[in-house]
Design a protein around this ligand. Sequence first.
Ligand code: BG6
Length: 473
Amino acid sequence: MKEAVTFPKDFLWGASSSAFQIEGAWDEDGKGKTVADVNSFKRSHLQADTKVASDFYHNYREDIKLMKELGMEIYRFSISWARIIPDGDGEVNQAGIEFYNNVINCLLEHGIKPFVTLYHFDLPYALVEKYNGWESRESIYAFERYAKICFEAFGDRVEYWQVHNEQNLMIRVDERMNIEEEDLYQADKVRAQMDYHMFLAHALAVNACHAIVKDGKIGPAVSSTCTYPLTNKPEDVWAAKMNDAFKTDYCLEMHFTGKYPGYYMRYLKERNIVPVMEEGDEALLKSAKMDYIAVNYYRTLCASFLPVEETHPIGERAFRGNQVDFDQYGYFRDEKNENLTASAYGAQIDPNGLRIVLNEYYRRYRLPLIITENGLGAVDVLTEDNKIHDDYRIDYIREHIKAIGLAIEDGVEVMGYSPWSVMDILSSHQGFKKRYGFIYIDREDHDEKQLKRIKKDSFYWYQNVIRTNGKEL
Ligand code: BG6
């Protein structure tokens, strides 16, 4: 790969996080319980939960000072819906509004632009109890109201918004959606309805942003996939394309055309799970015009063709290990790519895949792109003199920044880079064992210690990258 990279003068450098993964204070000052809280409590005996997390709620001023020291120009974070409206669709909690007002004001005082996600995996749990969450149309209107409250409260200072974080990934994972059906068919039926309702909620939020926020810009935050065929057999090439189509592309196509693409409708029909739609929905979906695409990128995938079996009908999913990388009969099977090295947690590291994704999305939609997540989950070791020598993270981020530079040279409009994560966060299945941050949070899963903030080697390295606008990598 070519060494020197030139980034545009106004390229935005930043870092990211999400509410339930850093804030803690899970029930303080009126916040309601969320699906993310409930899921984390199920694993409290194994790992840290959302109760304290990185304790950003009580440390935000100190943390924002560190963001400033890092040189961040943007901070991508999420608002917790249940902090603003504890039961999802009832009374507004002024303390929640005040907290985010303080965070946003503090960011602006430090010259950092807020990039805000409305919903990052943490649906208010009361909506699950009342409506089974996204299965009901009620949740769409609850979300629209929540979004409008945020635009009205913060829109005078927040220009950039994202609606749902990774709808396309969230929908695959039963616990994130609170899908409890054991029967695969029933689970997929509920999933399809929830997904459809989230698309409608997305469109309503996009339109509300444009109506309320002067010069507001809003877009989807997509979990990107780039899949290689295991071999050059035609059926494997088709499988790789379908893996991308089912895990990501149908979602972007729905956002931008207001209709499920043909191959996806075919799947919904063959599986007999076409969601209930109402008159006017398509017009609403088509009316929502996105301003940019936020891209989350970690790795590439590899696939082979998975034929239908007598006991497994076309479209049925199969799980080996996790729900994110499911296989699908009649379509694809997830495979290991022998040409890539995987991280300790199995992510196939591939900077070139980011160049492919950026080129591909830009070619299709001709909208500005921003990378809102990219990073390496790893075990970090605190030395006796309180240092973290995370060269592996520096290597990962350096190579991905180079790939972005190449995409820019390819003609792709990339607005900025906001890797995951500004500080160590609560990782859903590995708690604080798996870390992503530039800032180390000195705690263990079951020992909060003093929650001291320690700058990792990657902090100083990234600081210099930002200072030189990517010249020194
Ligand atoms: C992204 C999510 O998909 O992956 C983040 O938006 C998450 O919330 C990140 O933390 C890394 O995943 P994990 O499972 O390693 O925490």
